[in-house]
Design a binder for this molecule. Structure first.
Ligand SMILES: C[S@@+](CC[C@H](N)C(=O)[O-])C[C@H]1O[C@@H](n2cnc3c(N)ncnc32)[C@H](O)[C@@H]1O
Length: 87
């Protein structure tokens, strides 16, 4: 699996042009763990990000999303940070 990884890129999902970087290309699997809900401000914003990500999926590719149903915040040490509630 490690040999299949071609590189890593640090991205900011709040940047409107984030996916226009030439680094991005079509892939078989897109995985996100507890990231899209952290960035999203509403259901439409969440859907918008999913829609943008979807463009980079090859036909019959998979989007693998890990989240916590009903979660409204998460903790980083003593800091309580908000997240969009996915149901
Ligand atoms: C709840 S943590 C999840 C971390 C890890 N993916 C996991 O599953 O344990 C939320 C993650 O979202 C990332 N994040 C926060 N704002 C972001 C942004 N604007 N664009 C991309 N990632 C962001 C943070 O760096 C953090 O790693």
């Amino acid at each position: 699996m490690r040999r299949a990884i071609e590189g890593c890129a640090k991205i900011d999902l709040t940047t409107p042009t984030v996916f226009e970087h030439p680094y991005f290309k079509k892939v078989d699997i897109i995985m996100s763990s507890l990231c899209i809900e952290v960035v999203s401000t509403s259901e439409s914003h969440y859907s918008q990000i999913i829609g943008k990500l979807k463009k980079y999926l090859r036909p019959k590719g998979y989007m693998y999303l890990i989240g916590v149903l009903g979660q409204t915040f998460y903790m980083v040490e003593e800091q309580r940070l908000p997240c969009f509630q996915v149901t």
